[in-house]
Design a binder for this molecule. Structure first.
Ligand code: SF4
Length: 200
């Protein structure tokens, strides 16, 4: 199981294949993925995750990211992040689709704030219509999902987390309008370039 893989000074963690979106540009749809076979035959438990990471203090950053949406496994993320902090992790980031409060039916940010430093949230679009086309939320409407993403970003900022809103440079995404949304929320903004080949 490829639970942890490093790139330079960053360690990336892969704890689930599941997601509440089905984005057109998701690495799960690409031939290349991230260069590793990240499809998990089963989801790792806390012990397996801690063993896969080893000493977190040797990395500049430890990132909970794909394949899927890490905050589907909130309990594991909170427990592991707390342990990484105890073991000297310098910075912990979560790359998330921002649906966590809908997934869990409560505000989970106060649980994350003490053990996480940075939340990178996939904004993906300048409005709910484009979000629906590109991110294709699987159980909730595009309007609800997009509203949840913005509310989650606001809540993370309120709890003093460093927030980054990200978009993929993709046809139909209005980068200037997305940047304006980030500016209005008072959070950082990042444009990611898509580097894969979508499988037909
Ligand atoms: S939110 Fe991320 S993991 Fe989920 S489908 Fe979109 S790109 Fe893939």
């Amino acid at each position: 199981m490829n639970i942890a893989y490093s790139r330079g000074v960053t360690l990336y963690l892969n704890i689930t294949n599941r997601c509440t979106n089905n984005c057109v540009f998701c690495i799960r749809r690409t031939k290349e993925g991230v260069g590793y076979d990240l499809w998990l035959p089963r989801e790792p438990n806390l012990q397996e995750l801690l063993e896969a990471v080893g000493d977190p203090s040797i990395y500049q950053e430890v990132v909970f990211c794909g394949y899927g949406e890490p905050l589907i496994r909130l309990e594991l993320v909170v427990a592991a992040a707390a342990e990484f902090k105890k073991r000297g992790a310098k910075q912990i980031r979560i790359n998330t689709n921002g649906h966590a409060n809908v997934i869990h039916g409560r505000n989970v940010v106060p649980e994350l704030a003490p053990v996480v430093d940075v939340i990178s949230i996939s904004l993906n679009a300048q409005n709910a219509v484009v979000y629906g086309e590109l991110s294709q939320p699987v159980k909730i409407s595009a309007e609800e999902a997009y509203g949840a993403v913005l509310a989650f970003a606001r809540e993370c900022k309120k709890q003093a987390l460093k927030v980054v809103l990200s978009v993929v440079n993709w046809p139909g995404v209005d980068l200037a309008a997305c940047r304006k949304i980030a500016d209005q929320l008072g959070v950082a903004f990042k444009v990611r370039q898509f580097g894969g080949t979508i499988e037909s």
